[in-house]
Design a protein around this ligand. Structure first.
Ligand SMILES: [Zn+2]
Length: 388
């Protein structure tokens, strides 16, 4: 038996934000970060909700990689205000914080660390969750994952609950059109990595496949244009839709070793999540092809690679990934991301240890040993092909 979880309503396309003006409810609580407020997005959302006849309270203090402290503060404010709508507005951090605050608001008897997939939360007695992503990357609007940093700031707690999948998602292409090119490129690589890894995972299924393969096609088709011409509403809309589809896919399948390695690298060096996983994606594909070459052949086929046999298809896919990265200015190795060799060498043991303890390692298509991880990191540092 398998359960596919998804948001109930997806509102997408130009002017999707207009949907807010007709949302029915009494009190809406917006959760966002300062940068989104500075761009004027929070006030625009607030105005629309006021026009819908609601009272609105704004909590715009969510930091990147939100802490338990922030979540507790937001939940306390919700308990005073008694909203019947929670609006998560921003990138993955704001949406994740909104999910966690909402859970504590509904269940004041709980603490953040108690959230887990086996706990019956009984949400939606007080309010529902609406998410509005402003970047096209994390896919958090479609997933049941909630990532919050522990009080010491060292551990990212993954707090999954199927009940925390939003009720409504609004995908307005105007919002990601405000992203600068570098952020567009990095978040775009995250979308591609989510969908390729979901498509190859041991937990893949017919439903996750459908969203993953479409997301992959959209990324190859539209990411270069979204990067080159940020105001292209068509490219922004396609990437925004792809991001949600990729979130849907990996939330109902799983990511793989590019994420295990990417989380490791991101914990030890100041490199964004999207750039980290994007660096490791081709290496992980080449490594995993020993077990799931057929899956990569299907991806190659979907993006229009011409090939005479499976090996050519795999080469064509790797070449297409390389070309995509070149077009959007993303590095193809850890060294080219600006990490000096001595710092990498000093961190290597820690990188391997962290990747080995990642939860996704056990369900990826080819499970690496510590020695394999060491070789993978080393190849990805210098930009060497995988031959083991
Ligand atoms: Zn990711």
């Amino acid at each position: 038996m398998w359960e596919f979880t998804s948001p109930r309503t997806i509102v997408f396309g130009e002017e999707a934000l207009e949907y807010l003006k007709e949302l029915e409810g009494k009190r809406a609580f917006i959760v966002s970060g300062r940068s989104v407020s500075k761009l004027g997005i929070t006030s625009r959302v607030e105005d629309s909700l006021l026009e819908a006849g609601m009272e609105v309270r704004v909590f715009d203090q969510v930091e990147p990689e939100p802490s338990v402290d922030t979540v507790t503060k937001g939940a306390k404010s919700m308990l005073e205000f008694c909203p019947d709508w929670i609006v998560g507005l921003g990138g993955g951090s704001s949406m994740d914080a909104a999910k966690a605050m909402w859970i504590l608001y509904e269940r004041p008897d709980m603490e953040v660390a108690m959230i887990n997939p086996l706990e019956r939360l009984g949400l939606r007695k007080k309010s529902r969750l609406l998410c509005i992503p402003t970047t096209s990357g994390s896919g958090s609007e479609a997933t049941w994952a909630t990532i919050i940093t522990d009080p010491e700031g060292k551990v990212k707690m993954e707090l999954p609950s199927r009940e925390a999948v939003p009720d409504i998602v609004i995908l307005d292409p105007f919002l990601p059109s405000l992203m600068p090119p570098a952020l567009t490129a990095q978040t775009g690589m995250d979308v591609l990595t989510h969908s390729v890894e979901a498509y190859a995972s041991q937990w893949r299924n017919d439903f996750s496949d459908a969203f993953a393969i479409k997301a992959i096609r959209l990324v190859f088709g539209y990411l270069p244009e979204a990067y080159r011409n940020g105001r292209s509403i068509l490219a922004r809309e396609k990437m925004h839709n792809a991001s949600t589809m990729a979130g849907w896919a990996f939330s109902n399948s799983q990511v793989g070793i590019a994420h295990a390695m990417g989380h490791s690298l991101g914990a030890l060096f100041k490199i964004s999540h999207g750039r980290c996983v994007g660096i490791f994606l081709p290496y992980s594909v080449e490594y995993s092809a020993l077990e799931v070459k057929d899956r990569y052949v299907e991806i190659a086929e979907a993006i229009g690679v011409e090939y005479a046999n499976d090996d050519e298809a795999l080469e064509g896919l790797l070449e297409a990934m390389k070309n995509l990265k070149r077009l959007i200015g993303e590095p193809d190795s850890i060294r080219n991301a600006g990490i000096p060799e001595d710092e990498f060498d000093a961190a290597l043991d820690g990188l391997v240890d962290r990747a080995m303890t990642s939860a996704v390692t056990s369900v990826c298509p080819r499970i690496p040993s510590a020695d394999d991880y060491r070789k993978l990191f080393t190849c990805a540092f210098v930009g060497e092909r995988i031959s083991f």
